[in-house]
Design a protein around this ligand. Structure first.
Ligand code: MTE
Length: 312
């Protein structure tokens, strides 16, 4: 795929801002019609929220997908409360229009990308991935998104860029959980450059072929399927390339419990519980947790020679 740098983007390719707002208003109206429901009515849905995507399937798990209802009503999103049930309702207060992501740090030239342009630039794919939470539950989610590597190529990082840091929006007026200092806001996460460039690493903008529900990290979030769920940061507004390893929110809050790598690893216990087993949401019995969440074939080589007990 031909990647253009921002200065090469022809004005015709960039959405007129007024038009963009009108279109988003239409989408919001569709969502409004559905009342308390999270998804719009069938007509509005077909017109406004379906995402066009291809389905390469190369990395897909064949396991049964978790029901949409469960994916959207059992969430971790501390910006909207520390329990699993608040984000489904409280996140509806989040304004996701307009939305932009600033690209900063070790890049040839920092710039800002509007969501509408991101959606136009990167061809979307569906990827069916497992998500394994550090709390020993898991789901199978059909994400719609694009490879983070595409965005990184567009960003043109310098040779000093060794890591990528991601930051969530800070807006306590809408993100009620940010009014309490349960974490050092804004939520931040990081990846090593080779992890960020890996073809499994996605920026998701939707799930089940619809635009991303707010409680799942609208309008765009990271998905790193071989790492514990908390690495998959939601509602991203900043991507910064750095020379030094970033300090993520969870490793800052509890460094003994959450390391920078946080690869799913049944051999390394969390200090307060074993990581050997997990409960697939919707199942009664627990199942064995797989090394790198079942993606060892694709990613184990990234960590060859590393002591994964030390670099947990
Ligand atoms: N991103 C932000 N900004 N805030 C959060 O609290 N929680 C993480 C991750 N991303 C979190 C976040 C955790 S702990 C998990 S398990 C996943 O989001 C859950 O994603 P889901 O709610 O879409 O299943």
């Amino acid at each position: 795929m031909l990647i253009k740098k921002p200065s090469d983007i022809h004005p015709d390719e960039v959405t007129d801002y007024a038009l963009y707002r009108e279109r988003r208003k239409f989408i919001s109206a569709g969502i409004g019609l559905a009342g308390a429901a999270i998804f719009p009515t069938a007509a509005a849905k077909a017109a406004a929220t379906r995402l066009e995507f291809t389905h390469p399937g190369q990395f897909d798990t064949r396991e049964e997908k978790t029901e949409l209802e469960k994916i959207t009503h059992y969430n971790n999103f501390y910006e909207f409360g520390t329990d699993k049930y608040s984000p489904a309702s409280k996140a509806q207060a989040l304004t996701t229009d307009p939305w932009s992501v600033s690209i900063e740090g070790e890049v040839e030239k920092p710039f800002v990308l509007y969501l509408e342009d991101i959606l136009k630039k990167f061809p979307l794919e569906e990827r069916i991935y497992r998500l394994r939470c550090v709390e020993r539950w898991s789901m199978v989610i059909p994400w719609t998104g694009f490879q983070l590597s595409e965005l990184i190529k567009l960003a043109r990082p310098t040779s000093k860029a060794k890591y990528v840091e991601f930051e969530t929006l800070y807006r306590p007026e809408e993100m009620v959980g940010q009014r309490r200092r349960v974490l050092d806001w804004p939520y931040v996460e990081g990846l090593r450059m080779d992890e960020a460039m890996h073809p499994l690493t996605l920026i998701a903008v939707g799930l089940y072929g619809e635009i991303l529900p707010k409680q799942n990290g609208a309008p765009l979030r990271l998905v790193v399927p071989w790492k514990y769920g908390f690495k998959s940061i939601k509602s991203i507004v900043k991507i910064r390339f750095t020379e030094q390893q970033p300090v993520s929110s969870w490793s800052k809050a509890a460094p003994r419990e959450y390391g920078f790598y946080s690869n799913v690893n049944p051999e390394v216990d969390h200090p307060r519980w074993s990581q050997r087993r997990e409960r697939r949401i919707g199942d009664f019995l627990k199942r064995k947790t797989l090394m790198f969440n079942g993606y060892a074939e694709q990613v184990a080589s990234l960590y060859s020679g590393m002591d994964l007990k030390k670099f947990y």
